[in-house]
Design a protein around this ligand. Sequence first.
Ligand code: GDP
Ligand code: MG
Length: 274
Amino acid sequence: MSPPAVRKKPVAIPRLSLISMGNCGVGKSCIIKRYSEQVFVSRYSPTIGVDYGEMQMPDTCVALKIVDTSGNPFFFECRNEFYKKVDGVLLGYDVTDMQSFTDLDQWLKELRNHSNTDLEDIAFVVCANKVDGVSGAKRVVSEAEGRRWCQKHRFAYLETSALTGQNIAEVFKTLVEMIKYGQSGKGKPRVSDADLKDSAPLEPTAEQATATEKVMSGNNAYERLGVSRTASKDDIKKVYRKLAMLLHPDKNCHPDADEAFKRLAADKKDLLGE
Ligand code: GDP
Ligand code: MG
């Protein structure tokens, strides 16, 4: 089956922010990669772990930003930023690893502590991954146990395999539909049909473009942040906050925004000796 057609040009429909959560090794990156490669026209940045793309729904096209957590230390520096505005969560565990299942509660706690969004307004799809049995490891978390936990939290449950592709497209389709139609707990629909109809080409603002280009062309941390070598820590923090707002890939669609944001975070760390 050929992948659904996607629009070439990004559109200014509200970009949905999805985030992956779950223990290391459960297969989150593989699930996202499998989906992205099939369906996305994406610009994936493995360093920052953010995948941008668009998804063709039966009647509309939805812009997605998928933040794949874990892995690189840079992410931890910024993860609070990403947790703040979350529309949907891909919460994964490995059916051959009981610890990854029991730790799901910890992941919810972490999100609750950092997100500005009420958990009841976030769509959750739980991926019971590695149901293929290919690795030879025995399944230790039953479907009934997985479903029970999800019912308790009113989350969607899917048995997945990034290896065979089982239910992978379904994960993202379910997330988008839950967000779009407000089926995440008592949440309201995030994307109205009117929003979708009025979509216009997405461009960075002049201020965002200038800031991005400045950070990309600076030869050192001082130049990139535009601060003098004698600037105080407070001054550096102030400049950082302003630039971070302008460059944040959630708001800035300049093609270099994620790279510039990454450099900015590293520069701040260097200059403040963190
Ligand atoms: P992450 O840390 O959650 O992002 O996990 P990864 O996506 O990096 O996957 C961890 C390991 O699990 C890799 O060796 C993958 O090949 C393997 N893996 C991921 N998904 C599946 C799956 O559906 N089935 C099997 N058998 N192995 C998988
Ligand atoms: Mg990963």
